[in-house]
Design a protein around this ligand. Structure first.
Ligand code: G6Q
Length: 532
């Protein structure tokens, strides 16, 4: 299904309208603006999450212009086409990946009419293989040479084969089966692998090697190293190693692995957490039923993301606020601040998912973009961040758009009351206070104690961090990022920008192999790179 020509936001009438509105954008510090009716009205309900947006600099006119923008750009149509299998990963007239974008098919099991029948049926085959594998691990059909059960899993992978799965595992550790633990090795830094090998009992460990291409230097190196460690303990790697890779990749060699699970070229690495890239590890840690709940949460959000009315479409509304803040109100960076310690790796996952997708300067039509694309994304959990970088958020010269994430109830349901309130109450009170303080500011005659305010935030609020709500949160952000890419008319699905450094490091490495030492080789490196 070829993709038709879509407008970038610059070509839309609504762009001019928004530009006009931006000069008189709602002043959150003005008397009476942040009233209770605004708090009641400016809520978008999505599956499992609500988006609270009274602290955005928007009003009815801006919301209506953002709706027009979404309509003129055909954002919903593009999202529907993407889910149905359109070749979205391409640049017109130039060699490019020319691929479909079908990560949503990995969880499209919960309706009778999946958007892409073929991709969902491929995903079902892998999921069924996984279900069998997990039950064989449980019933002892698969075990170590001593007949003992595997109790840990070491995932070796990098980038998309690491960040999303690791963030999901950390988020859902509270649900891990009692006798199961997961470790990750990603960096080619030898200390990363060494530290994990120090901790893991290899005799009881599955080694899950995850690489879509099957050629990634870091993953290949770490796999070799772990295989050596297995052999040095007299263990047979083919009894311990499991692969997740692309069909026909150099890793697609069933003799070397206990099991091989597949992912497909239409699933981008950074969008692959719900494919086998994340599912094998999550299935091992949480069990099959909770894995399904995670996928169901993601599927619910995918369906909700097709709602045409932006005020009823949580990912789309969040995407449009991002565009409004970045392109019209001039905010260069986006802080994602989860008030949930288990989400401590989620901002790192979003950094990749957002910045690798939308850090682009060329449109899908191959012309240079004429306005700013993806923002710098960063973040840490609250309340820790409050004791660190919030100074800049409140009083810095840089205005940062903030996305808070919070939960009404704690995940583990273990809490104490200290001085009349629980820790969860303290956490939530801090979250809400930060959002309001950023917006309203505070006048003080002492300039150093003055808060200008008018600093924007949203709050994504759910009842509790569960596998299902985690799935929904993951796909919410995936859809948000995709929608922003559509707005900017860029290809959010390739990553040519990572190639040059990779190429040079291969050249530099060959110089190091010939010459040995590090430190005196700058000239040789430059020559090897053709820069001298
Ligand atoms: C993600 C990127 C990138 C990729 C890694 C690992 O979208 O493509 O981060 O995931 O480079 O690649 P492999 O899975 O092929 O080893």
């Amino acid at each position: 299904m070829p993709i038709q020509h879509w407008k970038s936001i610059l070509e839309c009438r609504a762009f001019d309208e928004l530009e006009k509105l931006s000069s008189k954008a709602c002043d959150l510090t003005a008397e009476g603006v942040l009233n209770s009716s605004r708090f009641e009205r400016y809520v978008c309900q999505g599956p499992l999450f609500d988006l609270l947006y009274p602290c955005q600099r928007v009003d009815a006119e801006v919301l209506s212009a953002l709706q027009s923008l979404a309509d003129e750009c055909g954002l919903i149509e593009q999202f529907v086409q993407m889910r149905a299998g359109a070749v979205m990963n391409r640049i017109e007239g130039y060699p490019s990946e020319e691929r479909q974008v079908l990560h949503t098919a990995c969880r499209d099991f919960f309706s009778d009419s999946p958007a892409s029948v073929e991709a969902t049926s491929n995903a079902k085959i892998e999921l069924e293989k996984l279900r069998t594998f997990l039950s064989q691990l449980k019933d002892g059909t698969i075990c170590n040479a001593e007949g003992e059960a595997f109790t840990s899993l070491v995932q070796i992978g990098i980038g998309g084969s690491d960040l999303g799965p690791r963030a999901m595992y950390e988020a859902l550790r509270a649900y891990t089966e009692p006798d199961r633990e997961v470790f990750f090795i990603s960096n080619v830094d030898p200390d990363d692998c060494a530290a994990v090998l120090e901790k893991v009992d290899l005799t009881r460990a599955l080694i899950l090697v995850v690489s879509k291409s099957g050629t990634t230097l870091e993953t290949h190196t770490n796999e070799k190293r772990v295989r050596v460690a297995l052999k040095s303990q007299g263990l047979d790697p083919s009894r311990h190693c499991v692969a997740v890779t692309g069909v026909s990749s150099p890793m697609d060699d069933p003799d070397r692995y206990l099991r091989t699970f597949y992912m497909y070229d239409y699933i981008g690495g950074r969008f692959s957490s719900t494919s086998m890239v994340g599912a094998v590890m999550l299935g091992f840690a949480l069990g099959y039923d909770l894995l399904l709940e995670f996928l169901e949460g993601a599927a619910l959000m995918d369906v909700a993301a097709e709602q045409r009315n932006i005020r009823e479409n949580l990912p789309l509304l969040l995407a449009l606020f991002g565009v409004w803040n970045h392109n019209f109100l001039g905010m260069e960076t986006l802080a994602v601040l989860p008030y949930s310690q288990p989400l401590h790796r989620f901002p790192a996952h979003l950094q990749q998912c957002d910045m690798e997708s939308n850090g682009k300067s060329v449109q899908r039509s191959a012309g240079r973009v004429q306005l700013k694309t993806g923002p710098v994304v960063w973040g840490e959990p609250g309340t820790n961040g409050q004791h660190a970088f919030y100074q800049l958020l409140h009083q810095g010269t840089e205005y940062v758009a903030v996305e808070f994430i919070g939960f009404r109830r704690s995940q583990r349901n273990v809490d104490v009351e200290v001085e009349g309130s629980t820790s969860q109450q303290k956490l939530l009170a801090n979250l809400l206070a930060q959002s309001v303080a950023l917006a309203t500011g505070r006048k003080d005659s002492n300039p150093n104690r003055n808060f200008d305010g008018n600093r924007v935030s949203v709050i994504l609020m759910a009842d509790r961090l569960t596998p299902k709500s985690m799935g929904a949160l993951l796909s919410l952000y995936e859809a948000k990022i995709v929608y922003q890419g559509f707005c900017w008319n860029i290809n959010s699905f390739d990553q040519e920008g990572v190639q040059l450094g990779k190429l040079l490091s291969t050249k530099f490495l060959s110089v190091m192999k010939q010459k040995g030492t590090i430190g005196t080789l700058a000239g040789d490196f430059l020559a090897a790179a053709g820069l001298k």
